[in-house]
Design a protein around this ligand. Structure first.
Ligand SMILES: Cc1cc2nc3c(=O)[nH]c(=O)nc-3n(C[C@H](O)[C@H](O)[C@H](O)COP(=O)(O)OP(=O)(O)OC[C@H]3O[C@@H](n4cnc5c(N)ncnc54)[C@H](O)[C@@H]3O)c2cc1C
Length: 451
């Protein structure tokens, strides 16, 4: 706050890069060093909502407040605002991530969003409530990557041929080690579609009145959709061999972009720790299962009971034992709840029974030890469940790939011979004048199957 009115925004030291408010005479503040928002000029004028501590004229800390701050006019930075362009993240598409600092930036009284009264305990969390919407949005932007990756790996696995032991050409989708990841990703994509729809409906429903439950639903949807998408992206890229490594084939590019989605709008691990702790403390509860006898519902309840019993044996959730015993189980618990919810949503949406069975077994595999310890299912039994589910849906692979409804968005050339030939023709080429009359790579037929 300034005596003449308005505010001065200042980063007290470099470790506070991104936010902090203090008048000329104020003390400095301790903030963790954070970066990311793309604040460098890129043609269009840009403002930021900056969260910073407000220090009044008497030097009192009035808590964290939000301010609208003009960053640049599209070309020139606002005096006092510095944006340092960070290098590319590596592997992902560039977004101009930056490190932003403020050096005694003068702001008018209207820059302050809300009042300058001392902040109430929950004011900051109310001010950042849109982060919750951001969590759900992260799930929504992630899902197309799961669908496209499943489609690309599926089509390529149908197209890519190898030789069987009799020397006959067979597509690599013939192998169970190809069918499982491709069909699992397809099943997960359909289940996530139903789960996201359910999550959005719950989030916007007037019947869910408790904001904490809405936050929980957004966190659960994000954890599961991003989890499946990253796991599938990693596996499906590998199952396309060398082709999977290339950005042009879309899977790794999506994967690298979406690693950011797991962190932005709430790091999945840290969000899971908070959510699991609050649920275990019974501060609120998420909607129960609509299929309480399902394997996934039993798994969820059992994990919950196990962690709650551990917590109840401790003096409080602040005890060091909570850190050592419960913290590592928070993501597994949140994932278990989310898997159960996704399964329930898929059942309610009438998802194909074969794909539903495959989705269920993909979740069982995420914690096979629990099922072996607590049910009649054995390790071999899980593999057999999976084999049966794969066998049931494999004959309809083409139909399911079509139903993913992503073909217009696919630029990966590996999905068809025609696209691949066109792509090869466009590659930068080094040759000699008589190259067309010779072949150094052998018979033309093998050339396409090698690529
Ligand atoms: C693609 C992308 C875009 C972004 N865009 C923006 C933006 O536009 N605006 C903006 O303000 N920010 C943005 N961010 C920043 C984002 O909000 C933070 O990166 C995120 O909140 C995590 O904070 P951090 O990176 O400081 O990680 P840290 O807080 O340093 O966490 C790193 C790791 O430390 C451990 N850890 C941290 N805290 C705990 C805890 N309490 N308990 C247990 N373990 C813990 C976890 O392993 C965690 O993964 C963006 C980030 C990304 C990746």
């Amino acid at each position: 706050m300034l005596p003449q009115g308005g505010f001065e925004l200042h980063t007290p030291h470099e470790h506070a890069a991104k936010y902090a408010v203090a008048p000329d005479f104020a003390v400095s503040f301790s903030h963790s060093s954070r970066y990311m928002p793309p604040t460098a000029p890129a043609g269009m004028p840009c403002v930021a909502v900056v969260y910073a501590r407000l220090i009044d004229l008497e030097g009192n800390d009035r808590g964290i407040k939000s301010l609208i701050v003009p960053l640049h006019d599209g070309k020139n930075m606002t005096p006092g605002v510095t944006s340092k362009l960070l290098p590319p993240r590596g592997g992902s598409r560039p977004v101009n991530h930056s490190l932003t600092t403020f050096n005694h930036v003068r702001l008018t009284p209207t820059a302050l969003l809300g009042t300058d009264a001392p902040a109430s305990p929950d004011e900051f969390f109310h001010a950042i409530h849109r982060v919750v919407v951001g969590g759900l949005t992260m799930a929504a932007v992630t899902l197309p990557a799961l669908r496209t990756s499943a489609f690309i790996a599926g089509r390529y696995s149908l197209r890519r041929k190898t030789l069987d032991y009799k020397g006959r050409e067979i597509p690599i989708i013939t192998f169970q080690t190809q069918k499982i990841p491709v069909l699992t990703a397809v099943a997960q994509a359909f289940a996530m579609d139903a789960f996201l729809d359910w999550g959005i409906q719950m989030f916007t429903s007037k019947e869910v009145k408790d904001e904490r439950v809405k936050h929980a639903i957004a966190s659960l949807v994000k954890t599961v959709v991003v989890g499946h998408t990253l796991d599938a992206g990693y596996e499906l890229a590998d199952r396309c061999g060398a082709q999977g490594l290339f950005e042009v084939n879309q899977i790794t590019g999506n994967f690298n972009d979406l690693r950011g989605a797991a962190i932005a709008e709430g790091d999945i691990l840290v969000v899971a720790i908070r959510l699991a702790t609050e649920l275990l403390l019974e501060r609120y509860a998420v909607p129960p299962s609509s299929n309480p006898t399902s394997l996934l519902a039993r798994h969820e309840l059992s994990l919950f009971a196990e962690l709650q019993a551990q917590l109840r044996a401790m003096p409080s959730h602040r005890a060091p034992d909570f850190d050592t015993q419960n913290l590592p189980s928070c993501v597994p618990l949140v994932t278990a709840i989310g898997h159960r919810m996704a399964y329930d949503a898929a059942v309610s949406a009438g998802m194909d029974a074969g794909l539903l069975a495959l989705y269920e077994v993909s979740c069982i595999k995420a914690d096979a030890a629990w099922y072996v310890e607590n049910t009649e299912i054995t390790r071999v039994g899980i593999r057999e469940m999976e084999a049966r589910a794969v066998e049931a849906v494999f004959p309809r692979l083409e139909e399911f790939l079509e139903a993913l409804d992503v073909e217009p968005y696919i630029t990966a050339p590996i999905i068809s011979e025609e696209k691949w030939s066109r792509y090869v023709n466009e590659l930068q080429t080094f040759s000699s004048p008589d190259a067309s009359s010779r072949s150094v790579l052998g018979p033309g037929g093998m050339l396409s199957s090698k690529l």
